[in-house]
Design a protein around this ligand. Structure first.
Ligand code: PGA
Length: 250
C-alpha cells in the first residue's frame, strides 16, 4: 500500500520565533500512523530547531533544496551531508520556483537528485507545467520530459526513496487549483510512465502528491482521487490549524 503524505513547504517564511509558534501548534496533534506521513520543510536556518522540537512527534523534517556537489567552494550553498547532520530526512528537489527563479535545469536537478539519494535522503521530486503549456495542451509532454531528464536516471531500487509531487505552476500560490479530475488525470499518467520505465510494482508503490493552492476546503476532494496520495502544501502550511485540517483530510 502506498504511503499517504501531507508535506508543508514553508518556502522563505518563518523566523525562529515564528517557527517555534507554528511547530507548537503541530507537535502533539499528529498521531503516528504507519500508512501516513506528515512532513514540514522549514527554511535551512530552522531545520535543526524543527527537528529538535519534533523529536517526540511523528512529523518528519525536509529541506527545501540541496546543492548538487558534495562539498567545496560553493559560497552560500548547503550540501546533503550538512542536511543529514541537522535531522532532515527528505529533500524537495525541482520545485517550480527553483526551476523558474533560480534557473535550475533538468541536468542540475538530476545531479541534485543523485546527490540526495547517495546520502540516503528521501527525495520529493516536483514536476508541473506552466499555464501556456496547459493551454497549448503540451502538459503531458512537459511533465514526461521533466521526469525523464531529472529523475528517471535512478534505479528501481533507488526509486523506493522517491515521492513525486505534481504541481501545475499556474496553481501555485494563485488560489486556483487543478480540478480533482485534472489532478487525477496527470497522476494516472505519471504512474503509467513509472510502469513503462520501471515496472508495475514501482508504479503502484510510488506516492504521488498534488500541490497548488490546496486548502482545508478543497483537500478532501483532491485527496479522494485514486492516484492522488496526498499533497505538497505551500501557503496553507503556514497556519497550524489549516495544515492540520489538510492532514485530517487524508
Ligand atoms: P501553494 O504552494 O499551496 O501556496 O499553492 C504549493 C507549493 O509551492 O508547493
Amino acid at each position: 500500500m502506498r504511503t499517504k503524505i501531507v508535506a508543508g513547504n514553508w518556502k522563505m517564511n518563518c523566523n525562529l520565533s515564528e517557527t517555534k509558534l507554528l511547530l507548537e501548534g503541530l507537535a502533539g496533534k499528529v498521531e503516528a500512523n504507519e500508512n501516513q506521513k506528515v512532513i514540514v520543510a522549514p527554511p535551512f536556518t530552522n531545520l535543526h530547531y524543527a527537528f529538535e522540537c519534533l523529536k517526540d512527534s511523528p512529523i518528519e523534517v525536509a529541506a527545501q533544496n540541496i546543492n548538487e556537489n558534495e562539498s567545496g567552494a560553493h559560497t552560500g550553498e548547503i550540501s546533503a551531508k550538512m542536511l543529514k547532520g541537522v535531522g532532515a530526512t527528505y529533500v524537495i528537489i525541482g520545485h517550480s520556483e527553483r526551476r523558474a527563479i533560480y534557473k535550475e535545469t533538468d541536468a542540475t536537478l538530476a545531479a541534485k537528485t543523485n546527490q540526495a539519494i547517495k546520502e540516503n535522503f528521501k527525495v520529493m521530486f516536483c514536476v508541473g507545467e506552466e499555464l501556456e503549456s496547459r493551454k497549448a495542451e503540451t502538459h503531458f509532454e512537459v511533465v514526461k520530459s521533466q521526469l525523464e531528464k531529472g529523475l528517471f536516471q535512478l534505479s528501481e531500487l533507488e526509486m523506493k526513496n522517491v515521492v513525486i509531487a505534481y504541481e501545475p505552476v499556474w496553481a501555485i500560490g494563485t488560489g486556483e487549483t487543478a480540478s480533482p479530475e485534472q489532478a487525477q488525470e496527470m497522476h494516472a499518467y505519471i504512474r503509467k510512465l513509472l510502469a513503462n520505465k520501471y515496472n508495475a510494482e514501482t508504479a503502484e508503490n510510488t506516492s504521488i502528491l498534488y500541490g497548488g493552492s490546496v486548502k482545508p476546503n478543497n483537500a478532501k476532494e483532491i485527496f479522494g482521487k485514486a492516484d492522488v496520495d496526498g499533497g505538497l502544501i505551500g501557503g496553507a502550511s503556514l497556519k497550524a490549524e489549516d495544515f492540520l485540517a489538510i492532514v485530517n483530510s487524508l
